[in-house]
Write a protein that binds this ligand. Structure first.
Ligand code: NAP
Ligand code: GFB
Length: 366
């Protein structure tokens, strides 16, 4: 999309109160206007959360598109969870995400949105396939059984994007990130992803003098991407990437870490010195899913990811500093103290003729 097309036009981010959306909001708030990852002059960014409209409902979704008439949408909203949440709720993960994605893409088409970038996940790939995973392998076999509901719903977005392009010429595409972590994550003890779950468990083990228990054997391998790197890559895709073909957003395939290496790094960051063990009665999930970032790096020209240890250090510090306001699964205590932790609001610098309420990237409800 050229800058002239986006001037004085609205970019909507769905799911902006989550892990990735909060990072995107913070990047837009802090990067200089008209810089590589900044807002462009006159652009209006609208950051939506579920209370702005339930995207499982077509009428509510259409009302959002009617209100903001976005030229582009970064579509992050989804029912999201770690391995154990997915295993318990495959149907709900499939159904909610199919509804959300179908409503968003249909409303975008009906309201002439010029570009939509949806978010998949490397779990969409087949479990049994030649590694590394590359963009062409999504539909080459069934996904891992632990999260088949979510994976099929997300795979379908790629099919939908191609069908919208074929029938209506739409510029809808998708990004495929690996496991994401960072500030504003969901740190629930049972339902979250491994990094936020283990940070919270280790923090409580230190505080209460109890053992730190890691689920599974610690042997599975994962690639992790810091939410602020992912946010910048979404902004780059918005500006530069106009193909229906999905794009893997990942660190290099040589940067897999075992769950034990991750747990060790968390123990070090939290400063935990007590008993530390593995509960091998719990599932390991998929053993590995190494993804290649060759396509990304060749297009962007060598993106430098924040080193894992530095990103983890920042995330652990954020969690400890914001414990009362983070998504810990104990939200009633956050609500009593004034609500959930939020990124800084982008400055509202209204270009002439544009509603200051949302200009410059403030939250829709602000
Ligand atoms: P998250 O922290 O759980 O946030 C999810 C966001 O979606 C929240 O803003 C939530 O709004 C919104 N949402 C959920 N259901 C909704 C509904 N029915 N209507 C409207 N909004 C709804 O998730 P995330 O980790 O940032 O994930 C962002 C995207 O990245 C998702 O598409 C996810 O599939 C993908 N992804 C995530 C990971 C990961 O490791 N986290 C890995 C690969 C891909 P409220 O909070 O206001 O309810
Ligand atoms: O982040 P995670 O849940 O997601 O990581 P996946 C699961 C791995 O970490 C398994 C181990 O090997 C678990 O045994 N693990 C150890 C833990 N302790 C914990 C813990 O306290 N919590 C969690 N969650 N895991 C998810 C998919 O897969 O990744 C989603 O289910 C999505 O669909 C997401 O694609 C990115 O990488 O296994």
């Amino acid at each position: 999309m050229s800058s002239s097309e986006t001037q004085y036009q609205t970019i909507v981010v769905t799911g902006a109160s989550g892990l990735v959306g909060s990072a995107l909001k913070e990047v837009i708030a802090t990067e200089p206007v008209d810089s590589s990852y900044g807002r462009r002059t006159g652009e209006r960014w609208v950051f939506l959360r579920s209370s702005d409209g339930d995207l499982r409902d077509l009428a509510q979704t259409e009302a959002i598109f009617e209100k903001y008439k976005p030229v582009a949408v970064i579509h992050l909203a989804a029912l999201v969870g770690g391995l154990f949440n997915n295993m318990k709720h495959n149907l709900t993960f499939m159904r909610d995400n199919i509804l959300i994605n179908d409503n968003v893409l249909w409303s975008a088409y009906k309201h002439d949105t010029k570009k939509v970038i949806s978010c998949l996940s490397t779990c969409v790939f087949p479990d049994k396939v030649e590694y590394p995973l590359t963009e062409t392998k999504i539909h080459s076999g069934p996904p891992h059984s632990s999260n088949f509901g979510y994976s099929h719903a997300k795979r379908l977005v790629d099919v939908q994007n191609r069908a919208y392009k074929d029938e209506f010429g739409c510029n809808f595409t998708s990004a495929i990130p690996t496991n994401v972590f960072g500030p504003y994550d969901n740190f629930d003890l049972e339902d979250s992803h491994v990094i936020p779950g283990l940070i919270h468990k280790c923090y409580l083990a230190k505080k209460n003098g109890t053992p730190f228990v890691v689920s599974g054997t610690g042997k599975p391998l994962r690639q992790f991407i810091y939410s602020f790197d992912l946010a910048k890559l979404f902004i780059w895709m918005l500006r530069e990437y106009d193909s229906v073909e999905p794009l893997i957003l990942s660190v290099g395939e040589d940067e897999e870490l075992s769950i034990k290496e991750v747990a060790d790094a968390i123990v070090k960051e939290v400063g935990f010195t007590g008993e530390y063990k593995f509960d091998t009665t719990k599932s390991d999930g998929q053993f590995r899913k190494p993804a290649s970032n060759d396509k990304l790096q060749s297009l962007i020209g060598g993106y430098k990811f924040k080193p894992f240890d530095e990103a983890l250090q920042h995330t652990v510090k954020w969690f400890i500093d914001n414990y009362d306001f983070a998504r810990t699964g104990f939200e009633s205590s956050a609500a009593a103290k004034g609500g959930r932790a939020q990124p800084k609001e982008p400055e509202a610098t209204a270009p002439a003729g544009i509603n200051a309420e949302t200009t410059g990237g403030v939250h829709a409800a602000a």
